[in-house]
Design a protein around this ligand. Structure first.
Ligand code: PLP
Length: 382
């Protein structure tokens, strides 16, 4: 079977040396990141402070638009931040928790950092309501929807669950939240780049994630989409000079907010991280998320079949419609198995209540899945 996406394989040097099944954690580095880093150093060395005016000031806007294009966000609607936890803080800073509408509804399948952040907002008056999973794999949608009521302000929820790759019903969550006047903060870290995301079709209020996993963009760049009509009404209190309408006026007093995506930013942007993010974003755009998704569904189904044949537990939804890019497989002594796989240059990870997480991406050979599973079998047997 010809696999058109494999033409991108040579762009990723680590694929020559390892079986790379860990894009749910850190996507492989495109070789052109080295040029991007050299370009950054050269710009700094030769242009000095002029680099701000010539390139760096607008870099976050350019990278935001590059990310936005992958999720059908309009130009100028995606801000960048160093990580998703900071994105949550920016969103929280737009709201007041002292009134009757101060409930925050989330799932215990959210990424822990997101949970830790919202739990800490109790000190600022947030009433936090956590909906628990029954099976450790999925979020009970009906119970989550029931918990979203007239007193709910925000619903921070993952699009794809990091532990199990279960896809949440984002459309139903947004519909219920909007019916009662609440806002959804969709964490698309584990979806964008492998599962199609369309923020306009979802009509979601906020979407955030990082570029270091499925977007192959390295650590240090996360994104925050804000629905444009909502953005105009919000005034984040976690703010700074980048959010100012006239930053170089160095005006005294309160912020006059800009209308651009920078409205949701604050201080100086991490230029090296933004430069490093660009090549991966370009490659993912060229590969096409729909094609990536098609391949991912096929390869994750193959991994599940291989695990089933060996009687191992699959902690990932079997329904392809509800499954993201990762397969979590639990086998006897799975944590040790994971360690042994790493020693053999088969790169995967292990998470409690999940097992070994394997994540093929557009650059993965079918044969690598068989190699990884055969290695697990050998390790379990020995
Ligand atoms: C769904 C999800 N959200 C958030 C994060 C990380 O959050 P942060 O960018 O704040 O480190 C991860 C993984 O690292 C994740 O899988």
């Amino acid at each position: 079977m010809s696999d058109e996406l494999l033409r991108f394989r040579s762009e990723f040097p680590i694929l020559d040396r390892t079986t790379y099944l860990i894009s749910n954690s850190l996507g492989a580095m495109p070789r052109s990141v080295a040029d991007a880093m050299a370009g950054y150093a050269d710009t700094w060395a030769t242009r000095g402070v002029r680099a701000w005016e010539e390139r760096w000031w607008m870099l976050a806007a350019d990278v935001g638009d590059q990310i936005g294009a992958l999720m059908n966000a309009p130009a100028g609607s995606v801000a960048t931040h160093p990580n998703v936890t900071t994105c949550q803080a920016v969103v929280a800073s737009c709201f007041d928790f002292s009134g009757k509408r101060n409930k925050v509804v989330y799932s215990d399948m959210n990424f822990p950092s997101v949970m830790y952040f919202w739990e800490a907002q109790r000190a600022r008056g947030a009433r936090v309501h956590m909906v628990k999973t029954d099976d450790g794999i999925t979020v009970p949608t009906e119970r989550l929807l029931d918990a979203i009521d007239e007193e709910t302000l925000l619903v921070p929820v993952s699009h794809v669950v990091f532990r199990s790759a279960s896809i949440n019903d984002a459309a139903a969550i947004v519909a219920k939240a909007h019916a009662v006047g609440a806002h959804v903060v969709l964490d698309t870290f584990q979806s964008l780049g492998t599962v199609p995301v369309d923020v306009r079709r979802l009509n979601v209020d906020f979407a955030c994630g990082g570029v270091l996993k499925w977007l192959c963009g390295g650590p240090g760049t996360a994104y925050l989409y804000v629905r444009p009509d909502l953005a105009r009404t919000l005034a984040p209190t976690f703010t700074g000079w980048f959010a100012h309408e006239n930053p170089f006026g160095f005006e005294i007093g309160p912020t006059r907010y800009t209308a651009s995506s920078y409205r949701f930013m604050n201080g100086t942007t991490p230029i090296p991280a933004l430069e490093a993010a660009r090549p991966g974003l370009e490659i993912v755009a060229a590969a096409g998320v729909d094609r990536i998704r098609e391949k991912s569904v096929r390869q994750t189904a193959h991994l599940i079949a291989l695990a089933d044949r060996r009687g191992w537990t699959v902690n990932t939804p079997r329904d392809p419609e509800r499954r993201g890019g990762t397969v979590s497989i639990d086998m006897p002594r799975s944590q040790e198995v994971c360690r042994d796989l790493l020693k053999r240059d088969i790169l995967v990870d292990w998470r409690p209540k999940a097992g070994v997480r394997m994540s093929p991406h557009f650059y993965t050979l079918d044969q690598e899945l068989d190699t990884a599973i055969a290695a697990v079998e050998e390790i379990v047997r020995s």
